[in-house]
Design a protein around this ligand. Structure first.
Ligand SMILES: Cc1cc2nc3c(=O)[nH]c(=O)nc-3n(C[C@H](O)[C@H](O)[C@H](O)COP(=O)(O)O)c2cc1C
Length: 215
């Protein structure tokens, strides 16, 4: 990891960031210098629903997304485990400015749809539209096309859910290091989000997680 980070920083030294939805957003490398220990972050972990509508900095977004699904080794493996090394979960970031797909390889947010679509990630919990970012965890069965062996469909779904379990806890801990709140959410307007995020039919929305400043 120590060797890998400078390479990542070098690759991204031209990073320019903006919160306006002007296209893709190149993220800065994640900050690794936290004062909060893992044990302190675990001690503080809880669900928050009292969000205030204030954007995260690009550095905070980068940290949250890297914790969820970032590459932490030169061989391309990630902060979270995945069965058979097949990463079948994509992370969408839904902010006031737009819907973005986290491009893991380039630590970049790829713009999918402009505008404030945060409400489409809930079935009616009003705090969701105030949370700076709502992560949506989406299973992509096509990821298995590159696998040496293909497990049955029910195992693929179970494996993806297990990876999402790791992702939500990573994000919760990273959020604590930034003094941010988070809330995992199973109640999602799946039909609506599929539409606005232009998800193909076979993709499977597993879970959402609101992250942001709290009162
Ligand atoms: C799979 C899953 C789905 C959840 N769905 C929702 C939800 O839709 N809305 C919500 O407000 N909280 C949701 N939660 C958060 C739980 O309500 C919360 O974790 C639980 O009450 C324990 O509280 P704590 O997280 O503060 O320890 C969900 C949690 C999990 C793990």
């Amino acid at each position: 990891m120590k060797k890998f980070l400078p390479a990542l920083a070098m690759a991204l030294f031209v990073a320019t960031t903006s919160c306006a939805a002007q296209g893709d957003m190149i993220l800065p490398p994640p900050n690794m210098n936290d004062k909060l220990s893992v044990m302190d972050a675990l001690n503080q972990r809880q669900s928050s629903r009292n969000f205030v509508d204030k954007n995260l900095s690009p550095a905070q977004l980068s940290k949250i997304l890297w914790a969820a699904n970032g590459i932490n080794r030169a061989d391309g493996k990630r902060t979270v485990p995945a069965a058979i090394g097949i990463y079948s979960v994509e992370v969408y970031a839904v902010t006031k400015e737009g819907i973005y797909l986290y491009d893991v390889d380039n630590n970049k947010l790829k713009l999918i749809a402009e505008g404030d679509h945060r409400a489409t990630t809930t079935t009616g919990q009003s705090f969701v539209s105030k949370a700076a970012v709502n992560l949506v965890y989406v299973e992509t069965p096509a990821a298995w096309e590159s696998a040496r062996r293909t497990p049955p469909r029910d195992s693929q779904i179970a494996f993806a859910n297990i990876t999402v379990g790791a992702m939500i806890q990573s994000v919760a801990l990273a959020a604590e290091t930034e003094g941010l709140g988070n809330c995992v959410r199973g109640s999602i307007n799946r039909d609506e989000f599929k539409k606005v995020a232009n998800l193909s039919a076979e993709k499977n929305i597993l879970l959402a997680q609101s992250v942001g400043y709290v009162k």
